[in-house]
Design a binder for this molecule. Structure first.
Ligand code: HEM
Length: 160
């Protein structure tokens, strides 16, 4: 694994960085860009439908990059021998951040799917409750965690 990393280092680090860009950038664009545009839709039903559809598209886009981020991280852990290095603590922190972000994303996907079913059955209040938490807390939490992971990554790349 270390050999593969050394040979394809540029490509592996690039994939790691672009995955973070898509995952974190996608969430920021959705929460602080598209979200405010959705809120302009007057019909509550249409508004919830658009939010749910927008989130579905976002989750489809980010999921492959979430996986690539982890795969490239594993290559870097082995390639730089991070667990045996002075950077082991920061490596565990980054692994922890990825895990929390992934769990949070999985719960968001679950809630969005549930909201879709509630919308189809005409339960708009139930759908609003499911989607509300995603926008208010869950996406912002992942943005904060993602930005922190990027910061630690910058620290790594200036020291490794
Ligand atoms: C899963 C555990 C993770 C590990 C072990 C890890 C490890 C690393 C390492 C070693 C670097 C430096 C690469 C180099 O310069 O050669 C790096 C850079 C980076 N990481 Fe991670 N990472 C992890 C998760 C994440 C997550 C969750 C994000 C964001 C969502 C992220 C975003 C970045 C970014 C943007 C850089 C580039 C920083 C720069 O070049 O200035 N990483 N990471």
């Amino acid at each position: 694994m270390q050999g593969i990393f050394l040979e394809y280092k540029l490509f592996i680090v690039f994939l790691h960085v672009i995955s973070a860009v898509v995952w974190v950038g996608g969430m920021i664009a959705m929460r602080y860009g598209a979200h405010y545009s959705f809120m302009e839709i007057e019909s509550p039903q249409k508004r919830l439908e658009r939010i749910s559809h927008g989130l579905k598209r976002l989750f489809y886009i980010v999921l492959p990059f979430v996986a690539i981020l982890l795969i490239t991280a594993i290559f870097m852990i082995k390639g730089y021998a991070l667990s045996q290095s002075d950077f082991s603590m920061f490596t565990y922190i980054k692994e922890g951040i990825w895990t929390i972000m992934f769990l949070n994303l999985s719960i968001m996907i679950y809630r969005r799917n549930k909201a879709d079913k509630l919308l189809n059955s005409g339960d708009f209040l139930g759908a609003k409750n499911q989607l509300g938490l995603i926008g208010k807390y869950m996406v912002p939490l992942n943005i904060i965690l993602g930005v922190s992971a990027v910061f630690i990554g910058t620290y790594f790349s200036s020291r490794l």
